[in-house]
Design a protein around this ligand. Structure first.
Ligand code: NAD
Length: 298
């Protein structure tokens, strides 16, 4: 039986680890949170007392941690000193390209194969095993990475070498942040012009304004029943997480000398919404700020 060590069992990692167990793999799970570990155990994973113990006999190690510093620390202190050299290492957290490349270099120097494999799709897709993975790894390792990811994925695409998966993720989420603000501004303007939101949706979704933020994740409640706008913007993809990703894009753009003025504006608007108290709301709740409402009423 394939042995998978899974480190980081939060909103995303919990569902992902459960899908590895459902696929018949032996999952050794670890998280600093006892609650997260309890949930993973209830979903068929085995509890490990530490990350070091979890990876000890692993065929593959998958990490789903909050940010770059967590990933650097867990790999340097727990995984690289304790996993067998044959283990395939996959980090699915969203982190900065520099940290992904640094961890890949350390892993390679220690004799491991490593892939950065961040995801798109949110918690519902994590639970359903239908995430999209963007992978940065050596070409020779991709087939094995894809097979290891399969129970959690509806699409796995190799973006390029180490760090390219994170580059793809950061660019994708910059598009998402910008397009969501565009869609929200249009709903707020339509309202001021006396145009009903439902009518605007019906027209724009069949016109050149059509995009994922409008037709799959509509920030205006009603037209897309599964969208967080119908649940008072609870759950989904938190504003604070979107802000983290937009910051990563701006840091990467500054280092690369790329001009991303709309990305910078989107970061500023999400930072303002976060500061006004919208951090835990889904990122589509920024519609309320653009309508002139306080986040507490969102
Ligand atoms: P989360 O905060 O719910 O989960 C992170 C987990 O990591 C927590 O349970 C925490 O206890 C654990 N952790 C932190 N340090 C640890 C350590 N040293 N050892 C073991 N466990 C540790 O976050 P999440 O929503 O699951 O997101 C995880 C990653 O996925 C982030 O990088 C995020 O940007 C990315 N992401 C999230 C979404 C989403 O919709 N939530 C979508 C795509 C990508």
């Amino acid at each position: 039986m394939t042995r998978v060590a899974f480190i980081g069992l939060g909103n995303m990692g919990g569902g992902m680890a459960a899908n590895q167990a459902k696929a018949g793999r032996e999952v050794m799970a670890f998280d600093l949170s006892a609650t997260a570990l309890d949930k993973a155990a209830a979903a068929g994973c085995a509890r490990a007392p530490s990350a070091a113990e979890a990876v000890k006999d692993a065929d593959a190690v998958i990490t789903m941690l909050p940010a770059g510093p967590h990933v650097r620390q867990v790999y340097a202190e727990q995984i690289l000193p304790n996993a067998p050299r044959s283990a395939l290492l996959i980090d699915s957290s969203t982190i900065d390209v520099e940290s992904a490349r640094a961890v890949a270099a350390e892993a390679k120097a220690a004799g491991f194969r490593f892939a950065d494999a961040p995801v798109s799709g949110g918690t519902a897709a994590a639970d359903a095993g239908s995430l999209a993975f963007m992978v940065g790894c050596d070409e020779a390792d991709f087939a094995e990475v894809e097979a290891m990811i399969a129970p959690m994925s509806r699409a796995t695409i190799r973006a390029g070498d180490h760090g390219a998966g994170q580059a793809a993720k950061i660019c994708n989420n910059m598009v998402l942040g910008i397009s969501m603000i565009g869609v929200c501004e249009a709903f707020a303007l339509a309202e001021k012009l006396g145009l009903e939101g439902e009518r605007f949706f019906e027209i724009a979704s069949k016109s050149s304004g059509q995009c994922w933020s409008l037709t799959s994740y509509c920030p205006f409640p009603g037209p897309v029943p599964a969208a967080p706008s119908n649940r008072n913007y609870e759950g989904g993809f938190a504003t604070a997480m979107m802000l983290k990703d937009l910051k990563l894009a701006q840091e990467a753009a500054a280092k690369a000398g790329a001009a991303t003025p709309l990305g910078a504006t989107a970061e500023g608007l999400y930072a303002l919404f976060d500061r006004l108290g919208g951090g835990s709301k889904d990122f589509s709740a920024i519609l309320e700020m653009l309508r002139g409402n306080a986040p507490s009423r969102a």
